[in-house]
Write a new protein. Sequence first.
Length: 129
Amino acid sequence: MFDSNWYDTLTKPLLNPPAWVFTPVWIILYITIFVALILYTIKFSSCSKFSGYIYFVVQMLLNLAWSPAFFYAHNIGLALVIIILLDIMVILMIAKFFSVSKLSGLILIPYLIWILFATYLNISFFIHN
């Protein structure tokens, strides 16, 4: 179970947003991620799309692994490793999606920006706690 007492005791990064921001942002991002996947899937391409699907699955698994590592295991270092790997996989996914469907790659840019911001937050939590 999420331990809000633990989180409340952490030194927060300078740009830490209020808690209410995360839910609407993630709803919008998950919608755009899946729209990008659909656009990638339906776009005809003579090249193989297999690597794009691998990047998509791996980044989703990393995305889903971050919260338990940070909030449940209280392992800020492990969460940092996960989010850095997530950053890499999202960049690879965007590049592959863009090579097949420019629109599918472009609509993933806000997701990349958000997880890079989340990486800043994670690094700050790691350094200050």
